[in-house]
Design a protein around this ligand. Structure first.
Ligand code: ADP
Length: 422
C-alpha cells in the first residue's frame, strides 16, 4: 500500500473513531433519556393507580374503618386488580405480601420507591397510606405508625420489549447511517486535499528515477576513463589529484547504487555462489584510498566462506557498512572486518572505534532518512537499504554500540537459512 493511501486511511480511521466516541456519547444520552422519560411517564400513571387502590380500600372501609383483616384486604385487592386489568403485588405495613397476581416473587422487587426494569417489564414500587389515616385521623400515634410502615404497592407496568427493540433500532440505525456517511465524506475530503501532495510526490519520484538513469552513463564514462589513465604518465605532482578523482567517482558509484535500490526497489536478483572472503577483500581494496587518507588501521579476519546470494546486493550491504565505518570514525581509527563461522552460523562483523551511536538512536538506526550525525554527508538511506537486503535474504542484523567508543554491525546467516556450506 502506498504512503498516500496509508495516510488517507489513518486520517479517515482517526476521524471515524473520534466521531464514534462523540456520537456514542450523544446517542447513549438519547437512548437512556428515552428510557428515563418512559419510566417517569409510567411512574405517574402507576402512582395514580396506587392512589386508586388506596381510595378503594378506604371506601370499602367506609372511612376510619379501614379494611383491616387480611382476608378482606386480599379479596378486595383481587377485585381491584381484576377491575383495573392490572397485575399488582401489595405488601402490608409489616412487609408481608397481602396479594400478588404478578409474575414476580417479592424478593425480586427492590425496597426503594421508584420504577425499575425487571425481566423486560416496567415495575413500579410505591409506598402509600390511606388518606384518612394521614390527613383525617386525629390520632397522632396511628398517623405515625402509617408513615413509618406504609403499604407498599407494586404494579407491573407491562412488557417493554417492543419499545426497547424499536428504540434500539432507531438509535443504532441512525448511528450507523451517520458513521458511514461521515466515513465516506471524510474519505473523499482527505483524498481531495491530499491529491496535490500525491501529485508532487509522484513527480519527485519520477524526477529521482529519471536522474538516476541519466547519471549512469556519465558515471560509467568517468570511471572507465579514470581506470584507463596511465598514472605513470601523469606528473608526480598531479597524481594526488588523480587519486581524488578516483575516490570521488567511487563515492558517486556508491551513492548511485543506493539511489537505484531506493528508486527501483529489488532489481532482478542473480543468486549464485559467492566467495564472501574474496568479495570482502575486493570491497576493502575499493575503499583503500579512504583508509589511507584517514590513516586507519584495517584488521581483516576473513575465513573462506561461500554463500548463495546476489553479489550486487551483498556489495551494497558491505559498502554501506564500510563507508559508515569510514565516515563515523575519526582519523587514525581502527576498523575490523571479521568473517567467521560461529557454531553452525556464518557471521560478518564490521567493527570500528569511531564516534559510536547513542542508545536512544539505536532503535531508529535502520529507519529511512534517519541521521544522527550531520557532520558527514549522507542521506540516511544506507542502513535502511542494508536492513531491507538483510530481510530479503533472511540475514539477521544486529548493532552494538557505545557512544564515544565505537560500533559493531553483526550480520548472521543462520544455519537453517543457509543454502550453501563452506
Ligand atoms: P548516512 O550515513 O547517510 O547518514 P545511514 O543510514 O547509513 O545514513 O546511517 C544512519 C545514521 O546512523 C547516520 O547518520 C549515523 O548517525 C549513524 N551511523 C551509522 N553507522 C554508524 C557508525 N559506524 N558509527 C556511528 N554512527 C553510525
Amino acid at each position: 500500500m502506498s504512503e498516500i493511501k496509508k495516510t488517507v486511511l489513518s486520517i479517515v480511521l482517526l476521524y471515524v473513531l473520534s466521531t464514534i466516541v462523540f456520537l456514542g456519547i450523544l446517542f447513549g444520552n438519547w437512548y437512556f433519556g428515552e428510557i428515563t422519560a418512559l419510566k417517569s411517564q409510567s411512574f405517574l400513571v402507576a402512582q395514580k393507580l396506587s392512589k386508586r387502590v388506596f381510595r378503594v380500600l378506604q371506601k370499602e372501609g367506609k372511612y376510619a374503618r379501614y379494611v383491616k383483616t387480611k382476608e378482606a384486604q386480599k379479596a378486595l385487592l383481587q377485585s381491584i386488580a381484576f377491575d383495573m386489568g392490572r397485575q399488582i403485588m401489595v405488601f402490608d405495613e409489616k412487609g408481608s405480601v397481602v396479594f400478588n397476581n404478578t409474575r414476580f416473587s417479592p424478593f425480586m422487587i427492590p425496597n426503594q420507591e421508584g420504577i425499575f426494569i425487571i425481566g423486560h417489564h416496567l415495575v413500579l414500587n410505591s409506598y402509600g397510606s390511606p388518606d384518612f389515616l394521614t390527613r383525617e385521623s386525629r390520632s397522632k400515634s396511628l398517623n405515625q405508625k402509617w408513615k413509618n410502615g406504609a403499604f407498599r404497592i407494586v404494579i407491573d407496568g407491562g412488557n417493554i420489549d417492543r419499545f426497547l427493540w424499536q428504540l434500539s433500532l432507531k438509535v443504532w440505525g441512525l448511528f450507523v447511517v451517520l458513521i458511514v456517511s461521515v466515513g465516506c465524506v471524510s474519505f473523499f475530503l482527505v483524498r481531495l486535499s491530499l491529491r496535490p501532495l500525491g501529485q508532487k510526490i509522484k513527480e519527485l519520484n519520477r524526477f529521482i528515477k529519471d536522474t538516476t538513469h541519466e547519471i549512469n552513463t556519465p558515471l560509467s564514462i568517468l570511471q572507465m576513463s579514470v581506470e584507463r589513465l596511465n598514472a605513470s604518465k601523469i606528473p608526480e605532482g598531479e597524481r594526488k589529484k588523480l587519486h581524488y578523482i578516483q575516490a570521488a567517482s567511487k563515492t558517486l558509484e556508491n551513492i548511485y547504487h543506493s539511489l537505484v535500490y531506493t528508486s527501483f526497489g529489488n532489481l532482478e536478483r542473480e543468486i549464485k555462489t559467492i566467495d564472501m572472503q574474496e568479495l570482502l577483500m575486493e570491497r576493502l581494496d575499493f575503499f583503500s584510498f579512504y583508509f589511507e587518507q584517514k590513516h586507519f588501521e584495517i584488521i581483516p579476519h576473513l575465513s573462506q566462506i561461500f554463500l548463495l546470494a546476489d553479489s550486487k546486493a551483498m556489495t551494497l550491504v558491505i559498502d554501506n557498512l564500510l563507508s559508515n565505518a569510514i565516515k563515523y570514525t575519526p582519523k587514525n581509527g581502527k576498523i575490523e572486518v571479521i568473517l567467521e563461522q560461529e557454531e553452525k552460523d556464518f557471521v560478518l562483523r564490521v567493527r570500528d572505534n569511531g564516534i559510536g551511536i547513542q542508545e536512544d538512536h539505536l532503535k531508529r538506526i535502520f529507519d529511512r532518512y534517519e541521521r544522527f550525525d550531520s557532520s558527514s554527508g549522507g542521506f540516511g538511506l544506507g542502513l535502511n537499504i542494508v536492513k531491507k537486503i538483510c530481510d530479503e535474504f533472511h540475514i539477521e542484523i544486529d548493532v552494538q554500540s557505545e557512544y564515544g567508543k565505537g560500533s559493531e554491525f553483526v550480520l548472521r546467516w543462520k544455519n537453517e537459512e543457509l543454502n550453501s556450506m563452506i
